[in-house]
Design a protein around this ligand. Structure first.
Ligand code: C2E
Ligand code: CA
Ligand code: CA
Ligand code: CA
Length: 279
């Protein structure tokens, strides 16, 4: 039995014990992962539809867990958020992305816009704007080469503080996009309070865009709405030539997905760019 409060005892079944043990183990491993530099960013190309050229990348977090291999963020981001470790990891992600942008800027790659995913929990602690401005400054990176991806639910959950933080980085030129757009319940009137540059159409509408007229209608509605509001629009999860041509017909600006490339380690991303330039 475990002491849960002053005079209450909570009893765990063996199965619950096992879950608690596993969770503690994972949490301990995650704490060490930060210090041991086990995290790495992968980069997935973002392709401009009219030119067919890569104009940017989304940075996606990976954990090279010793003895286990590459772990997906879906398996550890929730725990990082629950334990408050997301603050430290989030700062690391922003710094690592800016380091890479700076490296590319001063190499033959040149200016490459990179987006990072920002969790709602990173706003709670404050200092996100400070992290961003320091990372840009330390690496000599122009602010417009960094983009922050936030989900609708993040924007819904935090209001005044989030708006203030986003306005602050936006004033310096950092780009802001809404990730997984169309899946939340936020109204457009609400979202207009945020300094947004781009909408990202969620994979849920792209998946069956060629076979489901409703999904195609939603994608088209998002694209025309984005354009009438002078926002950019990108579709994620593009896997086939058919999905691509549908999005092209609909006037989408940028696309991203396995059809072009999976997320890649930085050196393989550079290789991808070299191959593209040789085409
Ligand atoms: P997301 O931001 O919606 O990222 C897109 C996910 O779709 C990525 O999964 C990406 O690898 C995957 N993907 C890309 N192209 C395709 C495709 O054509 N088909 C399909 N089916 N999937 C595709 P990943 O890398 O496992 O990341 C999962 C989620 O973890 C992300 O979803 C994001 O919410 C979160 N995440 C990743 N990196 C970070 C980070 O640095 N910080 C925070 N806070 N969250 C992160
Ligand atoms: Ca994203
Ligand atoms: Ca997304
Ligand atoms: Ca998603």
């Amino acid at each position: 039995a475990k002491r849960a409060g002053r005079d209450t005892y909570r009893f765990f079944t063996p199965q619950m014990d096992e879950e608690v043990r596993k969770r503690r183990e994972l949490e301990g491993a995650l704490r060490k992962a930060i210090d041991n530099e086990e995290f790495v960013l992968f980069y997935q190309p973002k392709v401009q539809l009219d030119t067919g050229r890569t104009v940017g990348a989304e940075a996606l977090l990976r954990w090279r867990r010793p003895g286990v291999g590459m772990v997906s963020p879906l398996e550890f981001i929730p725990l990082l958020e629950e334990t408050g470790l997301i603050g430290r990891v989030g700062s690391w992600v922003i710094m690592a992305a800016c380091r890479q942008i700076g490296k590319w800027l001063r190499s033959s790659v040149g200016p490459m816009q990179v987006s990072v995913n920002v969790s709602g929990h990173q706003f709670g602690e404050g200092g996100l704007d400070r992290d961003v401005l320091r990372a840009l400054n330390d690496n000599g990176v122009p602010a417009d080469l960094l983009e922050l991806e936030l989900t609708e639910s993040t924007l819904m959950a935090n209001t005044e503080h989030t708006i203030a933080t986003l306005r602050h980085v936006k004033r310096h030129g950092v780009q802001i996009s809404i990730d997984d757009f169309g899946t939340g319940y936020s109204s457009l009137a609400y979202l207009r309070r945020f300094p947004i540059d781009k909408l990202k159409i969620d994979i849920a509408f792209v998946r069956d865009i060629t076979s489901n007229p409703d999904d195609a209608a939603i994608a088209l509605a998002i694209i025309s709405m984005a354009h009438s509001l002078k926002l950019g629009v990108i579709a994620e999860g593009v896997e086939t030539a058919e999905q691509l041509s549908c999005l092209r017909r609909q006037g989408c600006d940028q696309v991203q997905g396995y059809y072009f490339s999976a997320p890649l380690p930085a050196d393989q991303f550079e290789q991808f760019l070299r191959k593209e330039a040789a085409r």
